[in-house]
Unconditional design. Structure first.
Length: 643
């Protein structure tokens, strides 16, 4: 490495490498906490820091050379070959790259136990082992390539060697409390040098609500006949864990060998209970996830309480709209225009249906949450249908959410997660939130379930309250914003919007190979649809006339390293971590400036009354968005003109 004196138009003296993915990348990079946790723009490394960096790099190079020439290390690499008689299987990994869904083969066709395997933070790996195992690859590697990763092979090898050394492991595993964990505390070339714990966790079962509890809490909304039957967890046969919340199971005696979904949450169970409530409240609709087939109960290991562990729902084996768009792009194919219009109309129709219920709205619209099934109608012969799922009402990713929601969420993150070092700023944003949103309070993942109409997102719930009290259409127009971005993805054939710094940055490891919202490729999106998308996303900072103020992707993932977008520098060694941090801070400083301006606008709006909308600003832009019924009418008319 060498001392970098300048990059692009920035004058930053520093030493280092491109920004590596780390355990705290989400809080330090993908949220506005970056402003407080990353180095200030233009701040130079001190001479001491620079010397320490050079010393660390030199030590690392020496360590790397000595370890790579070690015979033991060579044997370790050879040992990663798959076992000829495996005892474990790897089904997937969570978005953080640390939580793996690894399952011992004896657990297949048994009662689901939801025991995941946790690895240590990336930065805690011995440097040479991190270089070989590349744990950060688990974050961005497509799920169908997971097993090819060195880390996956290492994990399976470790579990294969470790589990036989634990007396009574199979019995303890199958009888452990629901949601217990296996924790690998450190990484080494053999299990003798590693610390591995099997940790029973009684808290998840203790926090479960019973069916009777929820029936009592929801008695004003739901009648006895609205509830599906309950089934004990022991009646489910586990098949595969495809997602943090999704297990594939069968129900012998109920559905034969048909595979269904068992949905359960081990963190923030309140969202799962809110989803059950929402699904039971909504009337059936052809493009809406059907009501749960069963409520799944589990008797607690400690105390004997019978709580709700999750629910069973239909499994759509054709995958999500996101999967379809990614596959089409990889093959160089496209949905035909008739299918695009069909999906667009179906999506708008189901959103209209959801919003007809007094508590109904959908705040997490993106291609991941739409699944595909073959059409069973005469007019749809040969076409596909969309089904909307994930009714948790949790809220969406920053780049998808409307500005009137996401700017409040920024403030919530600061008010909740800023440390004592920034107590003055934390108190400032807390007071602003409390003035703008009645009853606002900081919450955490450990918060137990308590019934809230509209779920647990304060900005979305505030919009719902406004609709219930005044008939306001702001809640509907906020959803139209997300619909506009989904229409862009659908017609452009893109699975991601790529217009900010959020989780999408970690999903692509190819730099800047794809366009982002609101760019249009010629011929893909009809002019009328472009105009509709523009109207639906009114107020989006991506439409700023001033290019310098326009929101766009500022950070990309290339070669597993975070780097500024648009640098044009192919050699990753030319992009140092300080430059990436500078770019990140510039982005989030601008976003927080927008958020502060909006909070002031929201406070004025609240004082003046909900009917008093200013002539300019975010609220005025939101008022210019069409309603869902208008969107559907325009889609129908445009389809006639296009096809």
């Amino acid at each position: 490495m060498r001392l970098l004196t300048s990059t692009a138009s920035l004058s930053i003296t520093t030493v280092g490498a491109p920004m590596e993915l780390s355990t705290n990348v989400i809080t330090n990079v993908l949220t506005p906490l970056a402003v407080y946790r990353l180095r200030k723009p233009g701040e130079k490394l001190s001479q001491t820091e620079a010397e320490e960096s050079l010393s660390t790099l030199a030590d690392t190079e020496q360590t790397t050379e000595s370890q790579s020439s070690s015979p033991n290390f060579g044997k370790f690499i050879d040992s990663l070959a798959p076992s000829p008689s495996p005892k474990w299987r790897l089904d997937g990994v969570d978005t953080d790259g640390r939580r793996f869904f690894a399952v011992p083969l004896f657990a297949i066709d048994k009662q689901p136990v939801r025991i995941d395997v946790w690895l240590p933070p990336f930065e805690n790996y011995p440097r040479q082992l991190r270089k070989i195992l590349k744990p950060e690859e688990a974050i961005y590697t497509p799920k169908d390539q997971l097993l090819s990763l060195p880390l996956s092979k290492f994990l399976l090898k470790t579990l294969e060697d470790w589990s036989p050394t634990v007396p009574g492991f199979e019995k303890d595993y199958l009888t452990a409390p629901f949601g217990s964990r296996i924790i690998i505390d450190d990484i080494a070339t053999s299990i003798e040098d590693m610390t591995i714990y099997f940790v029973p966790d009684y808290g998840i079962e203790q926090n479960m609500c019973s069916v009777d509890q929820l029936k009592k809490v929801w008695h004003d909304h739901l009648k006895e006949q609205d509830w599906p039957p309950s089934i004990d967890l022991g009646k489910l046969n586990f098949k595969k864990q495809i997602h943090e919340a999704i297990s594939l199971v069968t129900l012998p005696g109920h559905s034969g060998n048909k595979v269904v979904v068992f949905k359960s949450l081990l963190r923030d169970q309140r969202y799962m209970y809110n989803e059950i409530k929402t699904l039971l409240l909504l009337a059936p609709q052809k493009n809406l996830m059907p009501k749960p087939l069963f409520i799944v109960t589990k008797k607690s290991k400690f105390g004997g309480k019978k709580g709700i562990a999750g629910f069973v729902m239909e499994y759509f084996e054709d995958g999500s709209l996101k999967d379809m768009l990614l596959k089409n792009k990889a093959r160089g194919t496209e949905l035909d225009m008739r299918q695009k219009f069909r999906f667009a109309s179906q999506l708008t129709e189901v959103l209209i249906h959801v919003n007809k219920h007094r508590l109904g709205f959908y705040p997490d619209l993106k291609p991941d949450n739409l699944v595909i099934r073959s059409s069973n109608s005469d007019e749809g012969e040969g076409l596909l249908d969309l089904v909307l799922l994930d009714l948790e009402q949790r809220g969406g990713w920053f780049s998808w959410s409307p500005p009137e929601v996401v700017y409040v969420e920024y403030q919530e993150i600061l008010a909740t997660w800023l440390g004592c070092k920034h107590d003055v700023e934390k108190q400032r944003v807390t007071k602003k939130l409390q003035r703008c949103i009645d009853g606002w309070e900081a919450t955490s993942q450990s918060t137990k379930y308590n019934d809230k109409d509209g779920g647990f997102s304060f900005p979305w719930r505030a919009l719902l309250k406004e609709r219930l009290e005044t008939g306001s259409k702001r809640l509907e127009r906020a959803q139209v914003f997300m619909l506009g971005k989904l229409l862009w993805c659908l017609f452009e054939g893109e699975a991601r919007v790529r217009c900010g710094i959020d989780h999408e940055v970690l999903q692509e490891n190819d730099g800047e190979s794809s366009v982002g919202f609101p760019q249009f490729n010629s011929g893909k999106t009809p002019t009328g649809i472009r105009d509709l998308i523009r109207d639906c996303t009114s107020g989006a900072p991506e439409w700023e006339v001033d290019e310098k103020k326009r929101r766009k992707t500022s950070l990309v993932l290339k070669g597993g390293k975070l780097m500024p977008a648009g640098t044009g520098i192919e050699d990753l060694d030319e992009i140092t971590e300080t430059v990436a941090r500078y770019t990140t801070r510039v982005f989030w400083n601008r976003e927080l400036d927008r958020a502060d301006a909006f909070m002031s606008e929201l406070l004025l709006h609240k004082r003046a009354g909900v009917d008093a909308v200013p002539k300019d600003g975010i609220l005025a832009e939101a008022e210019r968005r069409p309603l869902l019924s208008d969107v559907l009418a325009r889609l129908i008319e445009l389809e006639k003109l296009t096809l």
